[in-house]
Design a protein around this ligand. Structure first.
Ligand code: HEC
Ligand code: HEC
Length: 398
């Protein structure tokens, strides 16, 4: 992760164009001709010495013969500490470059903002060479626009198996990414590829705005035009089209039945479970069984509302450990026979579950299995919280 001064960069890009290989960017190059250049890492400049330009080689406090480097400086740490969360944490208010807040003539902090038009210019100058005009993609470089949510339906299958009129999945920013924050973070952290962290916050807002426009993303129901100015406030309004494509929304207190409908819809969609994109290990091999909610559900009067408030516990009586979290995150499925989940209170069902050993059951609860999403879809739960809830479920089913 370093930036090279211009001459070096040009050379590298030419090299890249000719050989089409990313290897040139990684590791250290030894080229006697480059000894006078500087490299930048996280806001700190390093001299290039003996043709090597990583901080490992150029720091002055290296330890003994192993040349292990030195502790990161506070500036370097703050320059790297730029993660952005979906709730807006880390999304900058002020313009910053290389970890330093930019000030105007009066010494006031400059608000970070940028127009679609400016983003377009920056994109054409710094991104199009790899990602193509309008984000159309290039050989070996991801497309940044043009996705299709419908096509995600086929993401579990081998695209070769798709019907002739079915598009293979196109997982693009607009069709796949659940949160806008990832775009800001990704660009700020790692793009443009040869210059990670070279863009100011305003420039990242401008480029994001341009990419949102190219992806047809709306803000306040309006498509973005050239004059649109992106800043923190506007950015937080973006709702990505696939935001609900990863977990069903069960948090529908105003209409609990809607939560159940969301789960049903979610589980009826093959892409959402099994050997899907979310499966990291122990994935189902071969054909994935489609888990359909039984037809009874259509005539089924959802018990979600009663399930959600579960066994009516008298006020002030002890709530058992795990019970509240169970009610919030698990009861919508585990209190409902039609979902296919072992129902809490069903002795036989839980005897069968626990017969495989508690460790396995914890594992399945935490990592998911078949129609059971990892952590019941609530990734905020820690592994140990999950164990407490599972203990509660088992104890309530004896
Ligand atoms: C030298 C080529 C190059 C340039 C220039 C470049 N990128 Fe990239 N970009 C890449 C590569 C390669 C990847 C894929 C990295 C990976 O998957 O690990 C990528 C990935 C991305 C992604 C993630 C796409 C996805 O769907 O996963 C975004 C967003 C992105 N780049 C934005 C930009 C922006 C904005 C710029 C200009 C400021 C830019 N890139 C300039 C090569 C480049
Ligand atoms: C979207 C519906 C849904 C939600 C929400 C859900 N589960 Fe499940 N769960 C299932 C289904 C379906 C199964 C049965 C999976 C199978 O064995 O095929 C299951 C099975 C389990 C099992 C048994 C695993 C095994 O080894 O057989 C445990 C334990 C479990 N869930 C715990 C939880 C906990 C804890 C929560 C809440 C944090 C939760 N579940 C939320 C649907 C759900």
């Amino acid at each position: 992760m370093y930036i090279l001064e211009n001459t070096m960069l040009k050379k590298t890009i030419i090299g890249l164009g000719l050989s089409s290989t990313m290897m040139l960017f990684s590791g250290c190059m030894s080229d006697a001709g480059t000894t006078t250049k500087n490299a930048v890492d996280g806001g700190a400049k390093y001299e290039v010495k003996e043709g090597k330009y990583s901080s490992y080689y150029v720091n002055t406090q290296n330890v003994g013969k192993y040349n292990k480097g030195r502790s990161a400086t506070p500036t370097e740490i703050s320059a790297w500490d730029i993660d952005v969360m979906p709730d807006g944490t880390g999304l900058p208010m002020y313009d910053t470059k290389h970890g330093k807040v930019l000030l105007d003539q009066n010494g006031e902090k400059i608000i970070a903002q940028g127009s679609v038009e400016y983003g377009n210019e920056l994109y054409d100058a710094q991104c199009a060479m790899c990602h193509g005009d309008f984000g159309s993609g290039g050989a070996g470089y991801p497309s940044l626009s043009g996705g299709d949510i419908e096509s995600l339906t086929y993401q579990l299958q081998n695209p070769a198996d798709a019907e002739p009129n079915e598009e293979p999945p196109s997982r693009r920013i607009g069709s796949y990414w659940p949160y806008a924050s990832t775009l800001f973070w990704y660009i700020q952290d790692s793009m443009p590829f040869p210059h990670p962290k070279s863009l100011s916050n305003s420039e990242v807002y401008a480029i994001s705005a341009y990419l949102f426009m190219e992806n047809g993303i709306e803000i306040d129901g309006e498509e973005l035009d050239e004059e649109f100015i992106m800043n923190r406030e506007e950015f937080l309004k973006v709702k990505m089209p696939n935001a609900d494509g990863f977990y069903p929304n069960v948090d529908t207190p105003e209409d609990p039945a809607q939560g159940v409908r969301n789960i049903t819809e979610y589980l009826s969609e093959q892409k959402n479970y099994g050997a899907g994109t979310r499966c990291m290990s122990d994935c189902i091999k071969g054909e994935v069984p489609i888990l359909r909610i039984k037809n009874e559900l259509n005539d089924f009067n959802p018990v979600a509302s009663t399930v959600r408030d579960l066994p009516i516990v008298e006020k002030n009586t002890d709530v058992q450990p795990g019970q509240e979290a169970y009610n919030n995150s698990c009861s919508a499925c585990h209190g409902n026979a039609a979902i296919g989940a072992p129902v809490v209170g069903d002795k036989d069902a839980w005897e069968e579950v626990t017969s495989k050993g508690l460790d396995k059951v914890y594992h399945n609860g935490i990592n998911g299995i078949n129609g059971m999403p990892p952590k019941g879809g609530n990734m905020d739960l820690s592994d140990s919280e999950m164990k407490v809830i599972i203990d509660y479920m088992i104890n309530s089913s004896k």
